[in-house]
Ligand binder design. Sequence first.
Ligand code: NAD
Length: 292
Amino acid sequence: MTQAAPQLLDGKRCSEALRARIAASASDVQARRGRPPHLAAVLVGNDGASRTYVESKVKACQDVGFRSTLIRLPDSITEAELLQRVQELNQDPGLDGFIVQLPLPAHIDADRVTLAIAPEKDVDGFHPENIGRMVLGQPGFLPATPSGIVELLRHYGIPTLGRHCVVIGRSHIVGTPMGILMSRNTDPGNCTVTIAHSRTKDLASITRQADILIVAIGKPEFVTADMVKPGAVVVDVGIHRIDDAARKSGFRLVGDVKFEEVAPKCSWIAPVPGGVGPMTITSLLLNTLKAC
Ligand code: NAD
């Protein structure tokens, strides 16, 4: 059964509204403390996608009046040297928060690096202390992508209480924290949550039960119309460049959901690009503001 045209969970618009408030708070901070909130981003190596992500984070900081510092380190850096840099950033009183862009080169243990970041400067919300605080509902930094999705649902007034939320993916940065946030006794929240992953059997029979389907599987256009319940709210976290000779750039961006065929079945859908991506960066800005 086809529904009326779906409404877009427009992360760009939602971000604009939130970023205007963040900019106002940043000038308050500047007036009170004599300096704006300050975020640093550490980029190891020269991976194209990581560089793009980091550069857009730095630009977003500038747009809201934050100070931002991009620290580029070579691929050849040792784990010990990187840990030393992390300690310096932890101790820098002029810095409110920082992120180390993932993935890191294979010779560096990303978990060890995450653990070395001071929890009070961990604006990515990946440190075990912040994950633990999220699970316990205590104040701390929430991971940027899942908390951005919660803000998007809040902005559009999507009812969540008592609804069945299916999350595809159990990564530490998206799927697992997403499931926790949607099941918490908060609004948005209070969902009955199912986490599906690579070992899930008959995935489509589970996704078809979802009132809210959040897809973070990392496979281009994996979710098709037959996997979605009519009227569902669909949030597509995935982001992929695929070749497209018809475009001047030679590529286009797609998500984990086959938008053209899934959108007509949904009540609401977050598009790619322009859905979750801008919200992730906005969450990082909110965390940085909180850190200072
Ligand atoms: P990941 O590769 O770490 O995790 C993918 C998850 O999908 C795994 O937990 C795995 O169990 C599950 N999975 C794999 N195959 C499956 C299958 N056949 N059936 C069911 N589950 C399966 O990826 P991630 O870091 O969570 O990211 C997911 C996607 O989101 C990627 O495309 C990534 O680029 C994108 N992403 C976007 C943003 C953003 O801000 N827009 C932020 C983070 C990640």
